[in-house]
Design a protein around this ligand. Sequence first.
Ligand SMILES: [Zn+2]
Ligand SMILES: [Zn+2]
Length: 427
Amino acid sequence: MVFTTAHVGPWSTSLNWDLRATRFGEMRLPFRQYVHSGQNERHPSDDEFHRFLQLPTELQQYIVSFCDPATLFQLMHVSFTTRQKAKKLFWSDPTTRYIIDGQWLLAGGHPRHTNDNLEALTHMQYIEVDFSFYGSVFVMEWKEGGYYTDIREGEDQRTVFWMALRRRFPRVTDVVLTEGNPNRPETPAPERATQLATGSPDGISISVSQLRWYSDTCICPSSRYLWRRNRSNHESPTWELTETSWNPRRITPPNRKYSGLVGAYQLLDHNDMDLAELDNARQIHAIQATVAYYLHVRQAPCVCPFPLCGMQFEQPDELVTHYSQEYLWSIDHDGRVPLPPCESLRSAFERHDASLELKRQRLSDEMARMKAAWGEPGSPERSTVSQQFLQQLRNDPLYAGEKAPEESEIWFRYQRDMIGQEHPPIY
Ligand SMILES: [Zn+2]
Ligand SMILES: [Zn+2]
């Protein structure tokens, strides 16, 4: 177990380096860190555990009901008697949302196109289906006019989506459909999401959510609206705004098994995305550290740390909001967020930044290795590797999809990357 949460400096901020963030600054924690949370790193001894198992079942269950997710997850693997109870509690926590790629379900939820472990999905009850264009493998191709994707339109699309969702999430009870693009505060529930909801099966609670502009130009990750569908009138359901700062604990599901050449490529692609989300989170951490620095050390109004800006803010939250806005729209805020002058904080970030650089280097080495194996056009290497890739798509059930291998999105993407340009920089 690695301790990745650092408590740094004279402030109350703690830096959880395991967090990932979207480009809007919304944080997510990968499943493996969620169930192995370093803060609760005290495992019961065998002896303690033996005594626990001697307690009457009701008492055991009572105790288990107070466990945090990491402990519950351990209990799910050690004892038969507590397993069922722990499992039930673990997956039915309504404050935790598993983030699922909406484009994947729109494309039929086939094994080929997901990074998620399909078995784990079958236990989930509370999910947030995310349609933001960032974070999805389908996205760019889909946005550019639909080539090389398996996504359909209209009612057909809704049917495909809900069938896939039911098949992959047989235990789901509560679904939030999350719209990718932000909108103004006064506008109603997003139309695309509410339309998609019309095809939903009975017995599942449906909500939709969308980020709202905080001011005229600016998005703030804490201003996510949530509407819950009211189905008392079955024909024309209404949407009731129930929250204006919806921010659950967001968890990304455990990863799938990556096998063969297709798996190697998919893992590389996944790690690339993961690094981008770590980069985003690093920026948010730096902004929060800056806020904490002005609040607790300087006890003065916050100043934007970018040298070309230097704007001053009376309310600490305003800096966070300011950064979310400038990061998206202005070149003055490119690059890494400069850190406040505190040695322990700076060295913690230095170590973290070095580990991100190492990941970046490994990814680029791996990409270079894969490109070398792909060979020149017309070469025997090229032909062998192509056949290997397509054959796996054809035969490996872990990579089953709807389209023929030659027309599949992952084959298209693989070729593009092998020929291709480096991925665009993150910042
Ligand atoms: Zn552990
Ligand atoms: Zn600024």
